[in-house]
Design a protein around this ligand. Structure first.
Ligand code: ARG
Length: 553
């Protein structure tokens, strides 16, 4: 039973028949006020016609004697736990395969739509955030027992394909066509788009190819398929490096044939109306402007496509929730189609997780700044720099990869997604401070400590929590499940990252203050057991952020 349940039980005993499901015990903000606190007696006093302090007193009298309770201020309950109590909680956590992370999501299914790059282009550093944040949310939700459908909503349909088809046919050499790569696609797109700017004829030819493709012309469709397949295999190469995998790759093209149906339904429901030849949904009442669902030339757009996508996901997966991870410039788009989707009656919770812009070494990422760096190059550079760090310690390429990829991910995940971030090599690869390598190193030190101790079997060793640093570390380790839950509730992997960093710091002060291998056997083993649990928590936490924890650094 956890503390919240214990204290809730005391409320129930003190005030029989009341509903106390809201009762929560949280870690104390200041150790002078005990280890944990509960402020909920204040909430109920009025209801039972009592002074808050008296209500708190009544609850306190019913709290299990193993907890020390003090009433403070207007009626706060301050709880102090004993070393034995902590030791038995640690043992429970250690015995649990998932480190006591509650399975809140059991029986629930969510779709997470992330990464979603546009086809026929190479991924660049601007694609890191959606991929890495989305994947961490995906992992955190799975850890909580949710059934997750990770869906890569590729930008694989649209006007660019007319330009690409022309470019492919006219601007590439035979050899480039045979050995087609995303780099070649990108090249022929640039060439063809430039020609279209110069020449009306070229522009018209691109349009003609696009229309042919949209009408299902076999040759163009085959080319399009080829472009998409090549793009996906290139993306997959990046995803393999980043440890990211998707359950489906339903891009925009998948929903293309459903768009007329969406518009018909909007018309039937009286939600859409004509305006200057286009069809719009007026959302002025909600201060969301108007959303165009069919352009005056008859074409559909992003809103229509996302509405078709909601309908299709609801029909195919019946999810409770769909989570979209994109940059914050798309906020209006999401608000608009979420609102329309609700009006259409789709029974699904829609959540947009917007993230801020990323700059690189203090400069905006743009072609003009010349730093629209390819994701592949960034990752290679990170591995190269990591190799420089580990080679003198006998580290190999595999270790350099684990550190290099982890550093790039953590540099992003350690920040609140909503904020703009700057990617900086010195910070990302720092061995001290809030970085991926620092946490990986802390993990590896636990493994080497265990090796030094001779890999003793700790399964029958009891936890013991005596000193203040042991107690602080124990309290912190017990917060792991809470950190995972909070990260999921807020859609912020940064909450878990912060938790891991704090935990590593507390571990480090415990480690400095508590002799381990030199202590007598009972103490040594109890401390090793605490170290080993810390190692498990840290490496599991890193895993939920998509970061490996190498055994040796
Ligand atoms: N392809 C879009 C982009 O590159 C992101 C798509 C996000 N998902 C969605 N269902 N709209 O910005």
């Amino acid at each position: 039973m956890n503390l919240s349940q214990m204290v809730k039980g005391a409320f129930e005993k003190a005030f029989p028949g009341g509903d106390f499901s809201f009762v929560r015990v949280v870690p104390a903000t200041d150790p002078r006020f005990g280890d944990y606190q509960c402020n909920d007696a204040l909430k109920i006093a009025g209801k039972f016609g009592m002074k808050p302090r008296d209500a708190a007193q009544k609850v306190a009298e019913n709290i299990d004697a193993s907890l020390k309770v003090e009433i403070a201020g207007p009626g706060f309950l301050n709880l102090t736990v004993s070393g034995d109590w902590l030791a038995s909680r640690l043992a429970e956590m250690d015995d649990s395969a998932n480190l006591a992370v509650p399975q809140n999501g059991e029986g629930k299914r969510d779709v997470i739509d992330y990464s979603s790059p546009n086809a026929a282009k190479q991924m660049h550093i601007g694609h890191i955030r959606s991929t890495v944040i989305g994947n961490a949310i995906d992992r955190i939700f799975r850890a909580l027992g949710y059934e997750v459908i990770a869906d890569n909503h590729l930008g694989d349909w649209g006007t660019q394909f007319g330009i690409l088809i022309m470019g492919y046919r006219q601007c590439l050499s035979e050899d480039e066509r045979v050995n087609l790569s995303v780099a070649n696609l990108e090249k022929c797109y640039v060439l063809s788009a430039a020609r279209a700017k110069e020449s009306e004829d070229w522009k018209n030819a691109c349009r003609t190819e696009l229309v042919k493709l949209q009408r299902g012309d076999e040759e163009n469709l085959a080319l399009w398929r080829k472009f998409i397949d090549i793009s996906i295999s290139e993306f997959d190469r990046m995803y393999a490096k980043l440890g990211v995998r998707f359950d489906t790759y339903r891009g925009e093209s998948f929903y293309n044939s459903m768009m007329p149906g969406v518009v018909d339904r909007l018309l039937e429901m009286g939600l859409a109306k004509e305006s200057e030849g286009a069809l719009i949904v007026d959302l002025e009442d909600e201060k969301l402007g108007v959303a165009i669902v069919r352009k005056s030339d008859g074409g559909y757009n992003y809103t229509t496509s996302d509405l078709a996508c909601v309908g299709s996901r609801v029909a195919d997966y019946a999810p409770e929730r769909i989570i979209y991870v994109t940059d914050d410039r798309q906020q209006l788009h999401f608000r608009q189609f979420f609102s329309i989707s609700a009006k259409m009656g789709y029974d699904v919770k829609l959540v947009h997780v917007p993230f801020g812009l990323m700059s690189y070494q203090g400069k905006a990422i743009s072609t003009r700044e010349g730093n629209l760096i390819k994701l592949d190059d960034l990752l290679s550079e990170s591995v190269r720099r990591s190799y420089e760090i580990v080679k003198d310690r006998g580290g190999d390429e595999a270790l350099a990869q684990a550190i290099g990829f982890g550093a790039v991910k953590y540099a992003d995940l350690s920040h609140d997604p909503a904020t703009a971030i700057d990617f900086n090599w010195d910070k990302a690869l720092a061995l001290e401070g809030n970085s991926g390598p620092y946490l990986q190193y802390a993990c590896a030190r636990v493994s080497s400590l265990m090796a030094k101790a001779g890999e003793i079997d700790l399964s029958n060793v009891a936890f013991a929590v005596d000193t203040p640093t042991e107690k602080r570390l124990a309290l912190q380790l017990l917060e792991f499940p809470g950190a995972v839950v909070r990260a999921a509730e807020a859609y912020k992997p940064s909450i878990l990252a912060d938790y891991l960093f704090q935990t590593a710091q507390l571990y480090s002060s415990f480690y400095q203050n508590s002799p381990i291998l030199k202590s007598e056997e009972r103490l040594r083993n109890a401390r090793l057991k605490l170290c080993s649990l810390f190692g498990r928590v840290l490496s599991r936490g890193l895993e939920l952020l998509g970061i490996e924890s190498p055994k040796r650094i």
